[in-house]
Write a protein that binds this ligand. Structure first.
Ligand SMILES: Cc1ncc(COP(=O)(O)O)c(C=O)c1O
Length: 447
């Protein structure tokens, strides 16, 4: 590849507001940010507003948003019904030390849609939901270890951050991956986590059997972004359910992101009944949210009138503003709305595959439903390790991201990843694919 001829946008100008805001930010926030997923080199684009599937930066430049606050805004920005309902709710008070009807309504909606969810408890983020699910599993089983997949992201909570992004120097045996923890995580935490290799059911069986007496739960995301949206191979999730059931280990389905794949829950099509499910993102309608949900039996560990084993508070849990936004959003997400979005997802994945084939670029397009990720390799992608060298470490994604931004598309510098929102039509998908085509040309990328 030759030196990229980077197109420029107003945000990169010497006098840009983003540059100035970032200069101020670096003085008062470490690294100038408060969320690593917003990092963009040399500095981020500061946004001023969003409407539908478009966002406008502080320079006044409009772009199509294919990140949607990391998949959470399934209706896009400032959906009129959600905005109206939230404004009305705000005028009545935003948080109380008493429950409100709308939390019951949102819980009822979730329970009515997802056959494997009997009961729900709300919190304020996906990370919190995962933490409460792990604690519920420990309380229910009387065991303490958890198993998670190498490379999978489940939020910012010590146990699930083990082996979130290990490197070849420390990840150990492919059949029994090492539990790798960053220095901020206690070694004792890492020793409580069994790391499983994605799509290797024989190794998973062996590891689960080896730790069966200590494992409280296996946590799995049916379409893990940390593993490049590589789908589970046929029968993989089903075998995982069988193995966990055999040893009375709970299965936690982390649907914080994958709940956007299906009206009936991400595990519905696999005919799997996880014991616990974690939700967040779309169920908050653009506001901070999380939920731990599951079978009535397991959820009883939270029930102060019964088998109370897990204390769970939270000043803003189920605040009526979030609950209202979530309810108005989920009501609009009818089966037809999911089908339309998922059809558009299929179409854009096919168009991307064709684009790479036409340009004779080695690439693999992963994803499902309204989520897609393209990896610049034609090596077989099966697990986290098979992605190394192509995604996380490849500087071309950062360069592509800047080209895409210049071509009017919001994406991340960490890979060719995107998600759809309901205000989008085939027009926006076309613009995405054309922008990628132009970006590859500008970089003279030939694979
Ligand atoms: C699968 C999964 N689990 C958990 C989380 C954490 O959710 P939150 O950012 O709301 O804490 C995320 C966030 O992206 C996620 O994708």
């Amino acid at each position: 590849m030759t030196e990229p001829r980077l197109q420029t946008t107003a945000y990169r100008a010497e006098s840009s507001l983003s540059r100035e805001f970032y200069r101020r930010a670096t003085k008062v926030m470490p690294g100038g940010n408060t969320r690593h997923s917003t990092v963009l080199s040399p500095y981020p684009i500061y946004v001023s507003r969003g409407q539908g599937c478009r966002v406008t930066d502080v320079e006044g430049q409009e772009r199509i948003d294919f990140l949607n606050n990391y998949t959470s805004l399934i209706l896009g920005h400032a959906n009129p019904q959600v905005t109206r309902a939230v404004q009305q709710r705000m005028a009545l008070g935003s948080a109380f030390t008493m429950p409100t009807e709308v939390e019951v309504e949102l819980a009822e909606l979730i329970v009515s849609r997802v056959s494997y969810i009997d009961q729900v408890r709300f919190c304020n983020s996906g990370s919190e939901a995962v933490m409460m699910a792990v604690r519920a599993a420990r309380a229910f089983t009387g065991k303490t270890k958890i198993a998670k997949f190498e490379g999978a992201y489940h939020g910012v909570y010590d146990y699930v951050q083990v082996s979130e992004g290990p490197s070849p120097g420390d990840w150990g045996d492919a059949e029994a991956p090492a539990s790798v923890a960053e220095p901020s995580i206690a070694a004792s935490v890492a020793s409580e986590v069994v790391v499983l290799p994605w799509n290797n059911i024989q190794a998973c069986r062996r590891l689960i059997a080896r730790h069966k007496d200590e494992l409280a739960a296996v946590i799995v995301d049916a379409l893990p972004l940390g593993i490049g949206l590589i789908s589970p191979q046929s029968g993989f999730l089903e075998s995982l359910r069988d193995e966990t059931e055999r040893y009375r280990i709970l299965l936690i389905s982390d649907e914080v992101m994958s709940f956007r794949l299906s009206h009936d829950g991400a595990m519905h099509e696999h005919h799997i009944r996880p014991d616990l499910t974690t939700l967040a993102k779309i169920i908050g309608g653009g506001f901070p949210v999380g939920a731990v949900a599951g079978s009535a039996g397991v959820m009883s560990v939270f029930d102060h009138t019964r088998d109370w084993k897990v204390r769970h508070g939270g000043t803003f849990n189920a605040n009526p503003v979030t609950m209202t936004a979530g309810l108005e959003t989920m009501k609009q997400m009818t089966p037809e709305a999911y089908e339309r979005l998922n059809r558009m997802g299929e179409a854009i994945r096919n168009r991307l595959t064709r684009l790479f084939a036409d340009r004779r670029i080695a690439a693999t397009v992963c994803g499902k439903g309204s989520l897609f990720a393209a990896h610049l390799t034609d090596c077989e992608l099966v697990d986290f390790r098979s992605l190394q060298g192509f995604s996380r470490t490849n500087p071309v994604y950062g360069e592509l991201c800047h080209q895409m931004l210049a071509n009017g598309i919001v994406v991340t510098p960490r890979g060719i990843f995107g998600c759809l929102s309901t205000p989008m039509t085939d027009v926006e998908s076309d613009v995405f694919v054309e922008a990628l085509d132009r970006s590859l040309t500008a970089l003279e990328y030939a694979g």
